[in-house]
Design a binder for this molecule. Sequence first.
Ligand SMILES: Nc1ncnc2c1ncn2[C@@H]1O[C@H](COP(=O)(O)OP(=O)(O)O)[C@@H](O)[C@H]1O
Ligand SMILES: CC(C)(COP(=O)(O)O)[C@@H](O)C(=O)NCCC(=O)O
Ligand SMILES: [K+]
Length: 249
Amino acid sequence: MILELDCGNSFIKWRVISVDGAQRLFAGVVDSDAALFESLAAAPELRVSRCRLVSVRSDAETEQLVTRLRESLGVDAICAQSASQVGGVRNGYEDFRRLGLDRWLAVLGAYHLGQRACLVVDLGTAVTADFISADGMHQGGFICPGLPLMRDQLSTHTRRIRYDRQVALAALQELEPGRSTAEAVERGCVLMLRGFVAEQLLQAQARFPEGFEVFLTGGDAGLVQDVVPGAQVVPDLVFVGLAIACPLN
Ligand SMILES: Nc1ncnc2c1ncn2[C@@H]1O[C@H](COP(=O)(O)OP(=O)(O)O)[C@@H](O)[C@H]1O
Ligand SMILES: CC(C)(COP(=O)(O)O)[C@@H](O)C(=O)NCCC(=O)O
Ligand SMILES: [K+]
């Protein structure tokens, strides 16, 4: 079994696939290393022989996780590294090492699945958009705060924006103008995300007149899905790229 990990700024997405990659055996989302090892311990008949991961966390945090994986599962995790080119895809950053590794893998995954020009939007702690031309050139992208950062900034920097999490979830049942603080903030922030995605779509239309594929991923992809009716929502997009960047044979 192969253990795959996508360590974002807020959550670790993990999954266990069969060695031939054909089956997804276990999967989960956890908010800490400790919770990851609890989940793995609870997976019945787990036999991990290989492990690969991508992390946008600090080197120290990533090394700590790799050490713990070695101690508890006996596997040496392979970590995705920056590259100026993988297969037919070229990194468009001035310094390719600066492009977030999750973005790079999502770009690799999208181009592999789409086989033509692509727009990739990843909605997590931050929201990122990346453009790839039909011939595999990553053209750069945009970064803005994601939903959790937007709402946290509002509550941190105001005196009277306060509401609890349960109310927040209920507020997102619809997007009419809010009649409470929770509704006004939650819906306002979701509209920011949707507006951002709509703008990326316009940019892609101008950039790729011959046509393009749109990929949405990240924990909040569902909130913007209907802004781009033809979009493919691929929660595992980073893992698709991880398999390309870190082949195990
Ligand atoms: N089951 C879930 N677990 C965690 N976050 C979720 C879930 N479903 C939706 N979300 C949303 O996804 C966001 C995190 O997305 P994610 O792509 O995991 O972020 P990151 O890669 O930055 O850690 C959360 O802030 C939350 O709004
Ligand atoms: C932009 C990000 C913070 C997104 O992280 P995430 O929301 O997935 O946790 C991450 O890709 C990152 O740290 N990038 C480095 C900066 C850059 O891509 O230019
Ligand atoms: K992201």
